[in-house]
Design a protein around this ligand. Structure first.
Ligand SMILES: [Zn+2]
Length: 288
């Protein structure tokens, strides 16, 4: 009897947890929850990861953006300078692997904390952007939603010659501009209502994710066979609460993340490895 066994035994991997994770994902009905760690290979900085803590700028908070016109003005000046690099970012092997898993029918949904649109650029469909998306703006006065590319064209016309010298741009594309330069930036307003202040359509630090968006994600989770967290340290409650809810529902949780996460004690399978290497292998093992 034992002589037949070696032929059907799959090759084992050197990555701890990957075999168990592949078994979990191959069962299907997987809800993916992705975070910043999935996009670092695409050159999008991870504000909360290991390298993120070294960054000079603290992220804009909703309180500052809403109450401080000067802070808002400087946010848009920095954002204008950084936008070409953001717009040029391309999906990486991890995003492509998620899209393949979806096309293979193994995913029940894709929820992302990322605002970079790279899941969709890789071909994923029906992506729920938990924290919104940088590719559009919303007017704080009338609620009009408009494309960011159009705003960038208007800003370029309003700011001829504005921008950092080459020696003012850091290797990661982050521009270190003096306040007096930022103050010289000309911001434009909403065209729909003729003057409302614009906000990127993203959830800032200190801002609440809209309740109906959270509810829609929880319904996806309740219909899922498992939760797969990709590239998130689960530091903020907006992501961590999905792990807590899955535990309440008895839904198994898998995590792929480089480094520890807040949810490690509650997850069933943890793979601590670079996503760009693990996810294509995971998809391959699942036949995707
Ligand atoms: Zn408006």
């Amino acid at each position: 009897m034992s002589a037949a066994l070696p032929a059907v035994e799959p090759p084992r991997t050197a990555v701890p947890g990957l075999d168990e994770l592949a078994d979990l994902v191959a069962d299907g009905d997987v809800l993916v929850l992705s975070g910043a760690g999935l996009s670092t290979d695409s050159g999008i900085p991870d504000y909360r990861g290991a390298s993120g803590s070294l960054r000079r700028h603290t992220p804009m908070t909703w309180q500052t953006f809403r109450r401080d016109p000067r802070g808002r003005h400087r946010y848009w000046a920095r954002s204008y300078v950084g936008w070409p690099q953001m717009a040029a970012a391309r999906p990486n092997a991890g995003h492509s692997a998620v899209a393949r898993l979806q096309r293979a029918g193994l995913l029940g949904g894709v929820v992302t904390q990322n605002v970079d649109g790279l899941h969709q650029a890789a071909g994923a469909r029906d992506v729920v952007e938990l924290h919104g998306g940088l590719d559009r703006t919303v007017c704080l006065a009338c609620g009009d939603v408009a494309g960011r590319a159009g705003l960038h064209r208007r800003l370029r016309a309003a700011n001829p010659g504005f921008g950092p010298r080459v020696d003012e741009v850091n290797p990661d594309g982050d521009a270190e501009l003096p306040d007096e330069v930022l103050d010289g930036f000309v911001m434009v307003d909403c065209t729909a209502c003729g003057g409302g202040p614009l906000k990127p359509d993203v959830v800032f630090f200190g801002e609440t994710v809209p309740r109906d968006r959270v509810d829609a994600c929880f319904r996806l989770l309740e219909d899922s066979g498992s939760l797969l967290v990709l590239g998130s340290s689960l530091t903020v409650m907006s992501g961590y609460r999905f792990v807590l809810r899955a535990a309440e529902l008895g839904i198994p949780v898998g995590v792929v993340n480089l480094g520890p996460t807040r949810g490690d004690a509650k997850v069933d399978v943890k793979v601590d490895a670079p996503l760009g290497a693990v996810l294509p292998e995971l998809a391959r093992r699942c036949g995707a």
